[in-house]
Design a protein around this ligand. Structure first.
Ligand code: ATP
Ligand code: MG
Length: 307
């Protein structure tokens, strides 16, 4: 196996349930060491795609390799980690027992497992709850023990299906930091998400999927830097003044004292400021923001894509 081979390579993967096409044609490459965001609305086919890549369900058509091996190669499984979306863990076990169970499934030697489990419990901030039964865990604690489970074998490739669902802001930050650590360690991360704030910060590349079809794959930076949204707060904004802004922006929303518009970059900001002042507008603030991934998501995927 060469390490320059992609971490994930999918060619025309398709999954049909009855008459429902869950995934139409999944063709993509995820390079080693990348944090890859797989973004799409509810029901877009994200979980189905991941389950095919993990060989948990078989594709109706198409083929794929992960870590340079076909999907059904059992040797690969020891190098992959998975945080499922809706997991039902053995909830009569304590958090620690649960991790030992998974360590046994990986045939980890006991001593190594003990060290690794202590390290992971610390990382996901569950050391103090390790002796509690999983059924007593809160949603956030469950999600975090699931994450520890997914990292147990120091995977080369880790699939995280909605890792921040159910997490409070502190938990979300913890996941974001863990993803950063994984990237630093050279782990490839395949991240399913429809909650974009944490992805915005961590992903190298993103794919947008809608109704079973990948509609765009792009470097995250290129997407974010492409557009600038500007928030303006001002008084005496007469309609003809707002109309006059259309020479700089095709996308203007006005609401009482607030104006928001999108620009291709920041070059026109001084001219816009000058124009508003010359028109007698009382300008209180003009604030350029790079466009959020959430806005982009709506622009790219639209508001009609979800279920
Ligand atoms: N086992 C199944 N049997 C029938 N239909 C299914 C099955 N699994 C998924 N589907 C359908 O396939 C489509 C894609 O579902 P999937 O769970 O992959 O979406 P998703 O992008 O993960 O959504 P979410 O963001 O809600 O998790 C949906 O229309 C779903 O109802
Ligand atoms: Mg899903």
């Amino acid at each position: 196996m060469t390490s320059s081979s992609p971490a994930v390579k999918a060619q025309g993967l398709r999954k049909v349930f009855g008459d429902k096409v869950a995934v139409h044609d999944l063709t993509l490459i995820v390079e080693r060491g990348e944090v890859f965001g797989f973004l799409g609305p509810n029901g877009a086919g994200k979980t189905t795609s991941v389950k095919m890549l993990l060989s948990l369900i078989s594709p109706t058509a198409g083929s794929a390799q992960i870590l340079n091996a076909p999907l059904d190669n059992p040797d690969i499984r020891s190098k992959v980690g998975f945080l499922p979306e809706h997991f039902r863990f053995h909830d009569w076990l304590t958090g620690e027992e649960f991790l030992y169970l998974h360590a046994d499934l990986y045939h980890m030697p006991r001593d190594a497992a003990t060290i690794r489990i202590a390290e992971l419990l610390e990382l996901v901030d569950l050391t103090k709850h390790k002796d509690k039964k999983i059924q007593e865990y809160s949603k956030g604690m469950l999600q975090r023990i699931g994450l520890a489970q997914a990292m147990l074998n120091r995977p080369e490739l880790i699939f995280l299906d909605e890792p921040t669902s159910g997490l409070d802001p502190v938990g979300r930050r913890l996941v974001r930091d863990i993803i950063r650590d994984l990237r630093e360690a050279g782990t490839t991360v395949f991240l399913n998400s429809h909650m974009l704030s944490e992805v915005e910060i961590t992903c190298d590349r993103v794919a947008f999927i809608k109704q079973g079809e990948v509609i765009r794959i792009s470097q995250l930076q290129a997407l974010i830097e492409g557009e600038l949204s500007v928030e303006i707060r001002a008084r005496n904004l007469r309609p003809e003044i707002i109309d006059g802004l259309s020479r700089w922006s095709a996308n203007i929303r006005a609401d009482d004292e607030h104006l928001s518009l999108t620009l291709d970059g920041e070059a026109d900001l001084p001219a816009i400021t000058r124009y508003l002042v010359e028109q007698g507008v009382d300008l209180y603030s003009i604030r350029p923001n790079t466009i959020s991934l959430e806005d982009l998501f709506i622009q790219i995927v639209g508001t009609d894509g979800g279920l």
